[in-house]
Write a protein that binds this ligand. Structure first.
Ligand code: TYM
Length: 330
């Protein structure tokens, strides 16, 4: 039987942090054998906000290196860069023609990203960002989209667009399902557990970057905001501690009961020390591999070129069918 197709992507912008790693990448790695996986470096999404061209190029390589370093096997999964498969931009344009201003305006990520920008200065690309994301997913007839909580609304819009297109032009797209893990779908900021850990956070104290050095990781964890309680318990109301415990749980693979038992009678400081050691230990091999791939861009180029070729084999026939259905000459 055909394996379900799973598609996901990460923007090569800002700093990749343990929220992206635990919320998205680790679940991709875990599902590698069960799905036909397609992982994209979504560079065209990254340029919806200003990027330094030199840094952008490095970041594109870095996301590819992180996918590989985290354990995604490029022989089993397709790893590629969005802009290297032109079908994404073409389908995004076509989907723009069936998307509505109202539904795009309701996207919370759009609202968050633009609430400090004057209306007349908002880049149009930020507004139509979700239709490009829908194109990413629909080109591959993906059944599943494993993402963190913040992307759920975009996947829901993708479903709406797929259904609208199918209704108007006849069954064309698979309607995808978001896959969101029960624990870790929303890792919170270390400096402010009310808000998610974010790539574009103003202060580096907000996140642990995948490339942070051990002493930096230790400092950030020890300074992470917690309450003034004493007991180490998974209590959603104690947001800072709950977030740190969730990070511990995901990195250690232990259950909540096991973790609470381990830290019974111990204080926040002991727990934080152990958490820092655990993160450092778990990230060390990934960091070593990231450095290895970043020193070997020729290898990355080869893997990405092969990925783009395999991606096009799936994406181009979908685009052709779409063009035929809407009455274009193909
Ligand atoms: P991006 O690049 O912002 O984030 C990449 C992935 O990391 C997840 N994530 C988090 N998970 C848990 N806790 C957090 N604090 C946290 N922050 C981020 C995100 O949910 C995401 O899964 N629009 C997407 C990229 C994209 C995409 C796609 C994803 C473009 N096309 C098609 C899936 C399918 C984005 O900006 O993710």
């Amino acid at each position: 039987m055909r394996k379900p197709v799973s598609f996901s992507g990460i923007q090569p912008s800002g700093v990749l942090h343990i929220g992206n790693y635990l919320g998205a990448i680790t679940q991709w790695v875990e599902s590698q054998n069960k799905h036909q996986n397609i992982f994209c470096v979504v560079d065209l999404h990254a340029i919806t906000v200003p990027q330094n061209p030199k840094i952008l190029k490095e970041k594109i390589y870095e996301i590819a290196a992180i996918y590989l370093a985290a354990g995604i096997d490029p022989k089993e999964s397709i790893i590629f860069v969005q802009s290297q498969v032109p079908a994404h931009s073409e389908l995004a344009w076509i989907l723009n023609t069936i998307s509505k201003m109202g539904e795009l305006s309701r996207m919370t990520q759009f609202k968050d990203k633009t609430n400090k920008i004057k209306k007349e200065s908002i880049p149009a690309g930020l507004f139509t960002y979700p239709t490009l994301m829908a194109a990413d997913i629909l080109l591959y007839n993906a059944n599943l989209v494993p993402v963190g909580e913040d992307q759920k609304q975009h996947v829901e819009l993708t479903r709406v667009l797929a259904q609208r297109f199918n209704h108007r032009f006849g069954k064309t797209f698979v309607v995808p399902e978001p896959v969101i893990r029960t624990s870790g779908a929303r890792i919170m900021g270390l400096d402010n557990p009310e808000d998610k850990m974010s790539k574009s956070a103003a202060s580096p104290a907000n996140y642990i970057a995948l490339t942070d050095k051990p002493e930096v990781i230790r400092k950030k964890i020890m300074r992470a905001v917690t309450d003034s309680g004493t007991k180490i318990k998974f209590d959603k109301k104690r947001k800072g501690l709950y977030n740190l415990l969730t990070i511990y749980k995901l990195f250690s693979g232990k259950t909540e009961a096991q973790i609470e038992k381990r830290f019974k009678g111990k204080g926040y400081s002991d727990f934080k020390k152990e958490l820092a050691d655990l993160i450092i230990k778990k990230l060390a091999p990934v960091q070593k591999k990231i450095t290895h791939y970043m020193k070997n861009k020729k290898l990355l180029d080869r893997i990405l070129a092969d990925g783009a070729k395999r991606a096009e084999k799936i994406a181009n026939p979908t685009l052709k069918e779409v063009k035929q259905k809407i009455g274009l000459i193909v």
